[in-house]
Design a protein around this ligand. Structure first.
Ligand code: ADP
Ligand code: ASP
Ligand code: MG
Length: 421
């Protein structure tokens, strides 16, 4: 007997029919003798609708009330799945975040889990053989007793945190794809499924735009060593496939130089022209942005065409763009720049791979390949296991496909794959 956490995303619980299908996956594991906790997302589209309602009610709303509203989507699916499981003859009950409890900090809208008490869940398994159906995405801020949500995609994090708390043998993240791919299969149909991907690479892929797992869930899986799989809820519940295992680097036999390509449209570029070139100027720009909790990513400083001043270019999340502009305009006198230019039609494309540690010239090949396609690079950053380029958004698909092929990630034709194995 094992203890399992199964998480089902929005598409997997989008209708009552699909919830029935989810229940069959749960039943299969219960029938095999396992103790099962299920974490569910809201029905697909529901959270977007709830977020839009908050904005419509008031663009500048109280984040605590936003959380009260958006957490409701998961309450519905938790109850519906419990009802469905009961109708199949299983003992099941729903759990909201505060009932477990899943404790969070007070950062409403993007709260972090500070602790999960697994005692009540384990008691329900052991005394009653009951299935726990847990509303994902939500917890309770202990100091105030208010409901808090974990940021978009947060049910992944709920699942891994619960798995760590109840010492689950496995955490299965069921979604609408059958695993983690070399890039988003919706953009590159030729993407290949990975049998295994290391925690570090998955962390980078998620941070750089691959929304298949929330970044925080990968961090938690890594620190608590939770055995986590990404797999498809659309598989036949009677014959499921294992999906992709997120694991330690040592457990990957054949390491590629580049494992995956990620992209993020959530970027904006700001260029300050003719900034005075003296010590302390970078601090006077980036200090106030940091104080305003704005994450600056790529930074480039070049000598301006008048040769006495410099131009500084950097990127911020597109959601912070207007705020960043405002802060800098207000500081124009102190920073002494001539003009502020901004662009939001940009995308950051990244290549990720642990193999980059031991191979030189990996990024240089990409720069050449993009140039050959006539794609201009606006900014570059590199680190140990990834590099990113900022380009015009209109070239997103072309650039992702170009890099995907360049690093040999395209799916092998069936015959070739067979011969290779
Ligand atoms: P869920 O609602 O189940 O949480 P998400 O939409 O959050 O599902 O995540 C699954 C989606 O992530 C897939 O449909 C796919 O388009 C996208 N995705 C992006 N990058 C990748 C990748 N590298 N591998 C697999 N899926 C990816
Ligand atoms: N329903 C939430 C969202 O759409 C949480 C999740 O699906 O993981 O972001
Ligand atoms: Mg998700």
């Amino acid at each position: 007997m094992a203890r399992l956490v199964l998480k089902f995303g929005g598409t997997s619980v989008a209708t009552i029919d699909r919830i029935r299908n989810v229940a069959l996956h749960v039943k299969r594991e219960v029938d095999a003798g396992h103790q099962v906790a299920v974490v569910v997302s809201a029905m697909s589209g529901k959270t977007n609708e709830l977020v839009a309602w908050c904005r419509e009610a008031s663009p500048l709303h109280d984040a605590r009330e936003y959380d009260a509203v958006v957490a409701s989507g998961e309450q519905v699916t938790a109850g519906l799945l419990a009802i469905t499981l009961q109708s199949m003859g299983l003992d099941a009950r729903s759990w909201l975040g505060w009932q477990i409890p899943i404790l969070t900090d007070g950062a409403h809208g993007a709260a972090r889990i500070t602790g999960v008490d697994g005692t009540a869940l384990i008691e329900a398994f052991e005394k009653q053989g009951q299935v726990a159906v847990i509303a994902g995405f939500q917890g309770i801020h202990k100091a105030t007793g208010r409901i808090a949500t974990l940021g978009r995609g947060g049910s992944d994090t709920s699942a891994v945190a619960v798995a760590a708390a109840i010492k689950a043998d496995r955490c299965d993240i069921y979604t609408d794809v059958d695993g983690v791919y070399t890039t988003d299969p919706r953009v590159v149909p030729n993407a290949s499924r990975l049998d295994r991907v290391s925690f570090e690479e998955m962390l980078e892929m998620a941070s750089l735009g691959a929304k298949v797992l929330q970044v925080r869930s990968v961090e938690l899986a890594m620190t608590h060593n939770v055995r986590t799989f990404v797999r498809s809820s659309f598989d036949d519940p009677a014959a499921p496939r294992p999906g992709t295992l997120i694991c330690d680097e040592e457990d990957i036999l054949e390491q590629q130089v580049v494992t995956g390509i990620a992209f993020s449209r959530d970027e904006a570029q700001i260029t300050l022209r003719r900034v005075a070139d003296h010590p302390g100027i970078a601090a006077s720009i980036f200090g106030p942005l940091a104080d305003a909790n704005i994450n600056v990513d790529m930074i480039i400083q070049v000598v301006s065409d008048d040769t006495t001043t410099t131009d500084i270019t950097f990127t911020v999340p597109s959601s912070s763009y207007e705020r960043a502009r405002q802060i800098l305009e207000d500081l124009r006198e102190t920073i002494q720049f001539s003009t502020l230019q901004g662009a939001t039609d940009v995308v950051k494309i990244s290549a990720i791979g642990i193999g980059m540690r031991s191979h030189a010239g990996v990024a240089a090949r990409a720069f050449r390949a993009l140039a050959d396609k006539g794609i201009n690079i606006r900014a570059i950053t590199t680190s140990e296991i990834k590099f990113s380029v900022l380009i015009d958004a209109e070239y997103t698909e072309l650039a992702v496909r170009t890099l995907h092929s360049l690093y040999g990630l395209d799916k092998k034709p069936a015959a070739e794959a067979k011969a290779a194995s």
